[in-house]
Design a binder for this molecule. Structure first.
Ligand code: PXL
Length: 280
């Protein structure tokens, strides 16, 4: 019998706030996958809306952890990356990947760098360069429109969907080397949001969901976790994207009634049985 697939999840641990590894771990476990968290930083909370959060950069510890993993001859079936604590972490990770990943193991990269047209304050254009390099060998990338424009080096002109511009953007992201692209957070009109996805040489998939006019944190992390949950369980790409968008939408619907106190992340826990149902 084949052993459980191991997923290496390289992103921060924000102790409170339901994002990155604290979403990735439960979703992937529910999907029957063994999840190994490699923290890039340790924060008291995420940075979206909290003040005075603590931040511990894990760059040096990452080197030590990766070295120990190599000495244990660990081999991972998937790589998944999110928020990095520094630009040098990308090179440090890349150096270890040939030893740590199974042959042809998919790399799933969420190029967390910015939103609403600007880079997050902790990042520079040097970081964008590093991220571009990491996306080159990616099986799947999930940029929002801001991140897609930074990667493709084109100006950001808002999140409203424009068919011609989106196709050009997808072309440029494939040209970087990414095999599958899922563009997130596109507005189709004032009541509909969703993703536009394409496999290299494949057709463009537009996936819509109802728009709720509030700011939700951790939607990108939940989308990526759910995409991996589907794909690693053998669900075809098109159905995986639909399943992931619907899951995020269901989590949003579950969060809205408690939004006054639960503004910092998605209340995803009561939806996890939908992920468990993917396990064969
Ligand atoms: O959800 C992405 C994310 C991950 N990690 C940290 C963040 C954010 C978004 O704000 O602040 C620390």
């Amino acid at each position: 019998m084949q052993d459980t697939k191991k997923i290496l999840s390289v992103q921060d641990i924000s102790c409170f706030g339901q994002c990155s590894n604290t979403v990735m771990l439960p979703v992937l476990s529910a999907a029957g996958l063994e999840t190994v968290a490699l923290p890039t930083a340790l924060l008291s909370t995420h940075t979206g809306g909290f003040r005075d959060f603590t931040f511990l950069d894990m760059t040096e510890e990452m080197e030590r952890i990766l070295s120990h993993f190599r000495s244990l001859s660990l081999r991972f079936s998937y790589l998944c990356t999110g928020y990095f604590g520094s630009a040098s972490q990308i090179a440090i990770l890349e150096e270890s990947l040939p030893d740590l990943m199974l042959p042809n193991a998919p790399r799933m990269i969420d190029p967390v760098m910015g939103d609403n047209g600007s880079l997050y304050p902790t990042y520079t254009m040097e970081f964008v360069e590093e991220m571009r390099r990491l996306c080159r060998d990616a099986d799947l990338i999930t940029p929002n429109l801001t991140e897609a424009c930074l990667l493709a080096d084109v100006p950001y002109e808002g999140a409203l969907y424009d068919k011609v511009k989106t196709e050009k953007l997808l072309d440029r992201l494939h040209a970087l080397g990414a095999h599958r692209v899922v563009l997130t957070g596109l507005m189709f009109d004032d009541r509909t949001i969703g993703t536009v996805a394409r496999e290299v040489d494949g057709k463009t998939l537009v996936t819509r969901a109802p728009y709720v006019d509030r700011r939700f944190h951790g939607t990108g992390d939940t989308l990526m976790a759910t995409l991996i949950a589907h794909l690693a369980n053998g669900v075809p790409f098109e159905d995986s994207v639909r399943g992931a968008v619907d899951f995020v939408s269901d989590c949003i619907a579950d969060t809205v009634p408690v939004m006054d106190t639960h503004w910092y992340g998605l209340r995803f826990e009561r939806q996890l049985s939908k992920i468990t149902a993917l396990v064969k």
